[in-house]
Structures are given as structure tokens and as C-alpha cells.
Write a protein that binds this ligand. Structure first.
Ligand code: ZN
Length: 147
């Protein structure tokens, strides 16, 4: 178990130090959602391009603690290329995992599994979820415009 925790810590620090898909675009075809976490100073913007029911691109930028910033990078890496229904399932599953609710361990959350220990630290739950909630809001906005 200790080794697994080390591995998870390495994944989080790697995404924090070498964030993937970082930097925003002014392309108007992207959905943009922004969330702040005043308790920790986290401030994250997620941009998503959706085409043909598929997540074509996810961009992120902002500032905050290592858990918050790294989770935006993990989110972007995981979601690009997924179809929107699958992306929504992954998002809800991740949020359940972090909030210590039952979740489907067979759904492949990839590097996002590294955050499952966060549920033991209630003060950090918001840090691990704001990027994902911004992405969830994106999916909601997309769904509402495609009913
Ligand atoms: Zn934070």
C-alpha cells in the first residue's frame, strides 16, 4: 500500500511540474468554465472543444496548489478523444471517488486514480474537484444546447 501511495504522489507531482495541455486559447469554439476555491486560492479555467459527440481538446490554466493544478492536467489528458457520454461517466465516477461515495472501479480513470487518497483529507477535496466540476459544467452546457 505504501508503494502505491508513492506511485500516486509521483503521478500528481509529475502533472504538477510538467502540466499537459496547459494554456488557454481564444478560439470561440471552445466552451470555457472557470471555478475558484477561496479556501485555498485555487483558480482554474477549463476550455473544451466538442465535435461530433467527442472531446476534441481540453485546455486549462490557472493557479493553485499542487493537487488542484495537477488534477486539471490529468483531466485534460484523460478526456481528450473520449466520446461525451463516456467523458461524463468518468467525471461522475471521479467525483464519487473523491467524495468517498461508491464508484465503479472498473471504469478506467488512469492517472486520476492517484487522487483517491484525497477523500481522507476533507479540506483538500475541493482542490481535487474544481477542475472536474468545471468540466462537468461544460458537459451540462453542451447537453443543454444539444437536446
Ligand atoms: Zn488547493
Amino acid at each position: 500500500m505504501h508503494q502505491l501511495e508513492n506511485l500516486y504522489r509521483q503521478i500528481i507531482m509529475d502533472h504538477y511540474k510538467n502540466p499537459r495541455h496547459k494554456g488557454l486559447t481564444d478560439d470561440k469554439n471552445y466552451f470555457t468554465h472557470h471555478i475558484k476555491n477561496p479556501s485555498c486560492g485555487d483558480d482554474i479555467t477549463i476550455q473544451t472543444r466538442i465535435e461530433n459527440q467527442t472531446i476534441k481538446d481540453v485546455r486549462h490554466d490557472g493557479s493553485g496548489c499542487s493537487i488542484c493544478c495537477s488534477s486539471a492536467s490529468v483531466l485534460a489528458s484523460l478526456m481528450i478523444g473520449k466520446d461525451i457520454d463516456h467523458a461524463e461517466k468518468l467525471t461522475l465516477n471521479y467525483l464519487s471517488m473523491i467524495m468517498n461515495r461508491p464508484f465503479d472501479e472498473d471504469l478506467d480513470l488512469d492517472d486520476a486514480m492517484a487522487y483517491q487518497g484525497v477523500k481522507q483529507f476533507p479540506a483538500r477535496i475541493k482542490c481535487a474537484t474544481i477542475a472536474w466540476k468545471a468540466f462537468e459544467n461544460t458537459i451540462k452546457e453542451w447537453s443543454e444546447s444539444h437536446e
